[in-house]
Design a protein around this ligand. Structure first.
Ligand code: NDP
Length: 396
């Protein structure tokens, strides 16, 4: 809980420094006057308020989540992409009315501090709320009785006030949309500094906008992910969604603003191709599983080979899920590499995301395997026998 915010501030500081050394010391230690600013806190709260208001707008669809312990299903508004488009319109209007978006990069440290503070306070409130929640509402993992562990992992599975679902709201909106907004601000500041944005900056912005737009377009798919179906809502997700994602995932664009990198068209084309391959695998695998879980008789997946399990659910054993046991992670990692490559090879810093994300997905994959083994027993062992590799064919 202390190391994650410390790493985030280290990255923010180092990205601005001349040497930009990932493993070197930060250029200076920011004092409270650099981190704390009531105006920035207000700006951050206004951002959360705007996203909450957009969440409450009428949705094109209301989806049902997975079945809960008490056999009920929660309902979720599918309007994340609408929130992205409306935010873009509002920001566009504000910029044309004179809002200096290019000034945002100068505020990243106090904004990250405000986000961290909010994540701590929010997690504490969630922990207290979970103390009075019924046992059926608790997550399988965050109820060890150790308050620090449970505060970190999250006790309640789907904390809500009326129909406002805090975890679902935080998962894809303030952080992901904030991330592309920070990227855009960095692009605008680069244009102010150097006359026009660099090709590398365009690529990083384009790739990451595609990723965020895709996540929000397929928002319903988040309802079958581990975060929603298994993990409680505590510090891990609150800090991850609200602070870690926007402020560290924009690291490549932050790096490029202070360390411009030459990039020719042939290399840019190769990088675009790598991103496209990653996206193709990522989207293909996620959509295939999602379609199958929603309706196994859907013609797009009905012909795939499956393994029956004692729970009545089936496991795909051909198509993307017959290649490796987590093809979606493989696609995600290939894209992560494509986001770093525009930053050249002179520094390790822009590769932080690929390194961290590999560790995260390897750990996440192991957690998921344990859960699937518990859930599906022998059928899962049979799946592992038929599909021996976890993420990378013939390697891992
Ligand atoms: P997955 O979408 O991979 O879901 C895992 C679940 O899928 C399993 O628990 C199981 O659940 C089901 N499943 C596993 N194997 C099969 C099979 N063979 N056939 C059918 N169902 C199967 O998990 P995540 O939530 O980890 O990832 C979702 C996406 O989000 C991924 O693309 C990942 O890369 C991305 N992600 C991105 C992050 C980021 O920071 N950028 C962070 C985390 C994830 P069940 O059987 O109950 O349906």
């Amino acid at each position: 809980m202390l190391l994650l915010p410390a790493t985030m501030f280290h990255l923010l500081l180092v990205a601005h420094s001349g040497p930009a050394r990932l493993l070197g010391p930060p250029p200076y230690l920011p004092g409270p006057e650099v981190l704390w600013s009531p105006q920035t806190l207000l700006l951050w709260l206004a951002w959360l308020g705007l996203q909450a208001a957009l969440y409450l707008l009428p949705a094109r669809k209301v989806a049902e989540g997975q079945e809960l312990k008490d056999k009920s299903r929660l309902r979720y508004p599918i309007n994340g992409f609408q929130a992205l488009v409306l935010t873009a319109l509002l920001v566009g209007l504000a910029v044309s009315a004179g809002l200096p978006l290019g000034a945002l990069p100068e505020m990243l440290l106090p904004l990250a501090f405000a986000a961290t503070l909010t994540a701590f306070i929010f997690s504490l409130l969630l922990y207290l709320k979970a103390l009075v929640a019924p046992a059926s509402a608790l997550a399988p993992g965050g109820n060890s009785g150790n308050p620090i562990y449970d505060f970190f992992l999250g006790r309640e599975l789907n904390p809500r006030i009326w129909s406002f679902d805090f975890k679902y709201f935080c998962e894809l909106r303030p952080g992901l949309i904030g991330w592309v907004l920070i990227n855009l601000a960095l692009l605008m500041q680069e244009a102010e500094l150097r006359g026009s944005p660099s090709l590398a900056m365009w690529l990083v912005n384009g790739f990451q906008l595609l990723y965020v737009g895709d996540a929000l377009w397929h928002e319903e798919a988040v309802l079958t992910t581990m975060d929603i179906t298994h993990d409680g809502f505590g510090f891990m997700l609150a800090f991850g969604d609200l602070a870690w994602v926007p402020f560290t995932y924009s690291l490549q664009a932050q790096f490029l603003l202070h360390h411009p990198q030459p990039l020719g068209l042939p290399m840019a084309s190769v990088i675009c191709l790598i991103n496209a391959v990653g996206y193709y695998i990522f989207r293909g695998a996620n959509s295939q599983k999602n379609t199958f879980r929603k309706n196994p008789s859907d013609p797009r997946v009905a012909g795939l080979e499956t393994i029956p399990t004692a729970t009545g659910r089936q496991l795909l054993v051909s198509g993307w899920w017959g290649m490796v046991r987590h093809p979606n992670y493989l696609g995600d990692l290939i894209m992560a590499l494509a986001w770093s490559l525009p930053c050249g090879v002179s520094h390790l810093l822009p590769y932080f995301y690929v390194l961290y994300f590999t560790a995260l997905l390897v750990h996440r994959e192991a957690r998921d395997e344990q859960q699937c083994l518990r859930k599906y027993g022998l059928a899962w062992r049979e799946y592992c026998r038929r599909v021996p590799y976890r993420i990378l064919p013939y390697v891992y």
